[in-house]
Ligand binder design. Sequence first.
Ligand SMILES: [Zn+2]
Length: 361
Amino acid sequence: MVNLNTVLADMQTLIETESPSADLDACARVVQVANEMLTQRLGSPGKVINVAGRDHLWWGAEQPKVLVLGHIDTVWPIGTLAEIPFAINGDKLTGPGCVDMKSGVVQGIHAIAAANLPGVAYLLTTDEEIGSETSRGLIEQAAASAVAVLVLECAQHEALKTARKGTSNYEIVAHGLAAHAGLEPEKGINAGLAISEIALSVSKIGSAELGTTVTPTVIKAGTTTNTVPALAELSIDVRAWSATEQQRVDSEIKSITSSIPGIKIEVKGGINRPPMETKLSMGLFSLAQEIAPEVGITNLANAEVGGASDGNFTAAIGIPTIDGLGAVGAGSHARTEWVSVSAIEPRVKLLAEMITRLLKA
Ligand SMILES: [Zn+2]
């Protein structure tokens, strides 16, 4: 049912087509290569959809019951392949983007071929690594009719990913008034002091118990060493497991004030990727656990991870979503990334069987 040599050859083809997210021509090329592969393995081509100059690829049903989701851009610049060529040594397959996530993408093609049923769409995007600005609408559109979204990012060690934190970003600007720090500092309004006070107070908004982090990151203030700062800025990185927590932090940050008279506070930014919550993934995880022993996977576990993926978008619109169904390996975004060859076949079978049971349910 699954021919490992064909799968490995397809992985080589896709990995050897370099595709850094920012390079639109390279992304268009990898879409062509993936589309040829889809045509060859699934019998029909996908539709190339251009959004704001960038190509994405949609194969299969227009209103799918099951959406399989992946991305074919990587974080690696053109030329990385020459330094880290595609190779297989023992159980380790290497090459730029192998674990994040071209091997997973190829596993997806062969799983859909094995399931061989109507009602599936396979969406392959090219801007995941830079925030999915042009693909988010397509992802939400493809997911809207689905009973399940299966995301092919790599496994966490061997575990499926059942929760991902949501992310929010803010910039707080404090406007004060400049004055000479030696002659008449009392006539100034110190924006630097105001932003320091705010940095301290926002750092207490997080919740260790709920895993919500609110981290002041970039802080800037003032112009010269003898001037009361008229302007100060603070960037804040927020991560949360639940939408409720994300909203709580959002309203607290947006209502922040200063105790310094005359300071004006401006808050920019907001919620970026919503969290992928376990309530939308655990049903799919149970299904995967039920199938796992039948395909030779023992002790399939689940993991909750801090980083976000495109699965965050589909979970946020209420569609059951699970992630980590792609390659087993390690080293995303690192030069040491690798994929386990012996794990390929069981993972293709697991995915094929999940697709089949979801379509028949
Ligand atoms: Zn990825």
